[in-house]
Design a protein around this ligand. Sequence first.
Ligand code: G3I
Ligand code: 9MR
Length: 593
Amino acid sequence: MNGMKISFYCILGALLMVACSPSAVDNGPIRMNQLGFAPDQEKTATILVSSAETAPCWVVIKEDCETIWSGYASETVLNPVSGKPCQIVDFSTVTRPGSYVLQVCESIDSTRVISNQPFSICERPYRELTRKALRAFYYQRASMDIVEPYAEGYERKAGHPDDQVIVHASAATKERPEGTVISCPGGWYDAGDYNKYIVNSGYTMGVWLMAYEMNKSYFDTLQLNIPESGSPMPDMLAEAMYNIHWMLTMQDLDGGVYHKLTEPDFEGFIRPDECKKPRYVVMKTTAAALDFAATMALAARVYAPYDSAFCVQAREAALRAYQWAKAHPAVYYDQPKMNEEFQPAITTGAYDDFDVTDEFYWAATELHLLTSSKEFAKETIICLQNLTANSQYTSAVWGNVAELAMLEVMMHSGCYQGYPEQFKKALLNHLQPYLDEAETVSVHRSPYGNREDEFFWGCNSEGCCWRGVECLYAYRLTGDERYRKNAERCLNYILGQNSTGYCYVTGFGTHPTSHPHHRLSYSHPKGTHPGFLAGGPNRMRQDAETDGVKYPKDVTADESYLDEQPSYASNEVTINWNVTLFALTAGLDAMTK
Ligand code: G3I
Ligand code: 9MR
């Protein structure tokens, strides 16, 4: 089947309401990937049933109203978090590309269909999802008009020129005293809010550029329809450069880096061009300097084939930021303490981090890979010795980037002796319990969503997507298919095989997140922008009772999610979550033919 026809099926499968299905998709008891599968991918669905005693359901798969597969679901198992009874049906033997409907029947003799779910099988099932997850960053661009043909229906006027940014008292120096006006245009809005934060930008750029290095040929040909499309630089790198250029403006004259650019308080849910509040650069911190240094060193390596002048600038900026951090190793962002001393008080996001050893590891490693200098080799080895001694393997998040350093060492093993193997062993040990769980207990069959403590702010990214990306690194390092299968299972979870039945990516699936905590979506006449990953169920429910956020009484951890705009603790969207989404979807897509 040629590529055109296959992609036709992908699109058709995602949208088709099959004539023979007795009712529209009802988001009933079927929980499965609502987007589609690659032909050789494991294919399962979870079916919610009424009791632990319910006999295995009879499941039928139809194509154009013809039954092409049928079989029993499993015996009933209990969801390990909610205790709810479920069954699992495995239809992996269906491999031919096409558009299908999975139907759950009461019994083999009954023609009564309890529920149905359309799905498709095709090569590269996640290419459009990857493209939209990347294009979400174009929509997040500050300081520029979003225009057709690039806007694809979501055009808007520029907001936040950020060319009159005020130096906050917390960031004042002799050369730039409080009230100095500087220009820091561009970059991406962080999330549902309109502020820009260096720490989160740095983590996001790290995952972004490492994903590029992992799948160069895939990204080099991925067209995003952004204003820079058609230039010699791959679109994926051109989009990142828009944010990197902003980051460069956040470096002070002494090499230090401002922690964030923000209004004093979160803006209302209005359009960017309506926002007129003064914006400030706030406090220089060690974490900001180190995340900045790592980003610029990594960028200076990755962009070498495309922009040599930028690479010289980025290298210099990285070295100056690192030296500032060495001279100021413990300047932490403590917003309440800062507000006791400086005015105006700042109440927006903190991205506070009181342990910057991991940022030193990442920055030293990136500078070593860039410069191959003995100075950084020595510093890196000290870092790596500390990392090796550190028994607790911690997955990378915005506040702990040690794993990014370890993954860089593993992926550039020729530059190191011994450490790549040690870190690979640590990564595989870290993943093993999750793989075991996915094979035994979980109704989601994903190495995620099996334990109550996995449901927290941003867990769809920090737990699920990133665990899938870790599995992709493990697969790259070992060739063991179990890791690829579990990366696929993580994505199945995000796309619908989960306790709420949502496809957590806006604009995708038959039951998508549709009301994210996102000022750009809320204030746009066309509403929710596509390609954004929602934070996901959060058992802490920090937004409960504020701003009309009401969770169901006795809601379980895995269902603590509200597809409602006010719910910032479960339904916001952010740049650091979307980067893990496309790192996962691109990594999987790049493996199919
Ligand atoms: O990681 C722990 C987990 O081990 C633990 O089980 C769980 C429950 O205690 O907590 C987890 O930590 C949570 C952390 O997010 C995970 O990254 C913290 O409770 C939670 O407070 C923290 O929330 C952060 C949130 O700001 C509030 O500070 C999010 O990480 C962070 O993504 C979010 O960032 C905001 C920006 O400040 C402003 N822009 C929007 C953005 C997204 O909401
Ligand atoms: O919109 C803000 C979101 O970006 C942040 O992640 C969140 C937590 O810091 O705060 C949101 O702003 C809310 C504020 O915290 C409380 N009043 C309502 C604001 C909008 O929901």
